[in-house]
Design a protein around this ligand. Structure first.
Ligand SMILES: Cc1ncc(COP(=O)(O)O)c(C=O)c1O
Length: 368
């Protein structure tokens, strides 16, 4: 395990803040998996620090304003990658050393990229018996908070400043598009979906929000299982998820995400990772089943991080992911507990698992 020393006070470079966001919006017409009328995609991977730079800057600025983060104090967070890049960016812009707790499954290229940007990486090598890698990372994070004087933990899963950071994304979308009927968002911490939908519904009150989760994720009430997909999905119930705002949720399996990422890369050039593939498949489906509707989604990052996973035939074969077997439409279930989603599943009843009245245990639907 690495030592806990961090570099002394870092100089702030506020000029970098001008690089946050302002991402392009592009029309996607690639077959996903077949023809569809097209949808809009916000290409968050094209801004410095990626989508999560918005959240990272917002969380650090909020903490600075409240006096929870002192000038030059270290920032410590648990991350599987994307927020790490955002925090590396925000740390340089606002003058804070960044310490990140990752796990053994963090790709070597991502580790290298984080270190290249001056992050100190602390890698846990064993999942916790309860809560898996996420719980193991959190346990190490608490050790670091105790060891590092004045260290600040943004806690992206429960910090409202994560959500607030996406007000800029909503404003950009509202300026780039004349009308919007359906917004499709992948859900991990819940930050970007919650942050965009509020302002956009004030502008377009009938706007529908579709959440995209991973199979094996417990965010929307399914049982937590080991997952190959990163970014979207979680083995906890983040308080930033705006459960009330969702009209429906889709669970997508890794084969569907892989098939979509590859089709996007081949036909629309822009692509990304697990969350991009999953959100794109659902956005294409929404455009297909709501003829005439304007549909938009967010592509949280680009393809580079996933060259050794999503786009690697050896990886997909080793993980039993055959894009040719990917589901072409969702199976509908009546409530989140109706059956365990192992492939593409859709549900129009969305409840907060921590608030929900107990539902029947997992039992197959009579008419799925
Ligand atoms: C690549 C990627 N996509 C999607 C998400 C989900 O976004 P949010 O956390 O805003 O729900 C994340 C979050 O970590 C991510 O890293």
């Amino acid at each position: 395990m690495a030592t806990t020393a961090v570099r002394p006070t870092t100089r702030a470079r506020r000029e970098l803040l001008a690089l946050v966001g302002r991402t392009p919006l592009v029309r996607i017409t690639a077959d996903l998996p077949g023809p569809h009328p097209g949808f809009w995609a916000k290409l968050e991977g094209l801004a410095a620090g990626g989508m999560k730079a918005r959240a990272a800057v917002s969380m650090l600025l909020g903490a600075r304003e409240r006096g929870e983060l002192l000038p030059g104090a270290p920032v410590v967070e648990s991350t599987s990658g994307t927020l790490g890049i955002g925090l590396a960016f925000a740390g340089q812009a606002l003058g804070h050393p960044v310490v990140l707790v990752g796990d053994r499954e963090l790709e070597p290229s991502m580790r290298q990229l984080l270190r290249t940007h001056g992050v100190r990486l602390d890698i846990v090598d064993r999942p916790a018996a309860q809560g898996g890698w996420q719980a193991a990372r959190l346990a190490r994070l608490h050790e670091l908070l105790a060891e590092l004087p004045d260290a600040y933990w943004p806690d992206q899963y429960n910090n409202p400043d994560n959500t607030a950071g996406y007000a800029s994304l909503a404003a950009e979308l509202a300026g780039q598009i004349e009308h919007l009927d359906v917004l499709v968002c992948s859900v991990g911490t819940g930050g970007h979906s919650a942050g965009i939908i509020g302002p956009l519904r004030r502008r377009w009150p009938a706007l529908r929000l579709i959440g995209v989760d991973a199979t094996g994720s417990t965010i929307f009430g399914q049982p937590a299982r080991p997952r190959v997909m990163r970014g979207l999905g979680s083995s906890i119930h983040p308080r930033n998820v705006a459960y009330d705002a969702f009209d429906e949720v889709h669970w997508i399996g890794p084969a569907e995400a892989v098939a979509s990422c590859r089709q996007l890369a081949r036909e629309s050039f822009v692509s990304g990772g697990w969350s991009t593939g999953a959100a794109a498949r659902v956005a294409a489906w929404a455009a297909r089943v709501h003829p005439g509707a304007v549909v938009a989604t967010v592509f949280p990052d680009g393809p580079h991080r996933y060259l050794g996973t999503v786009f690697d035939d050896d990886f997909t074969a080793a993980n039993g992911l055959d894009p040719a077997t990917a589901a072409t439409r969702p199976v509908e279930i009546a409530h989140p507990h109706a059956t365990e989603a192992v492939g593409w599943v859709r549900c129009t009843r969305v409840t907060d698992p921590l608030q929900a009245v107990p539902l029947p245990a997992y039992a197959p639907e009579e008419n799925p």
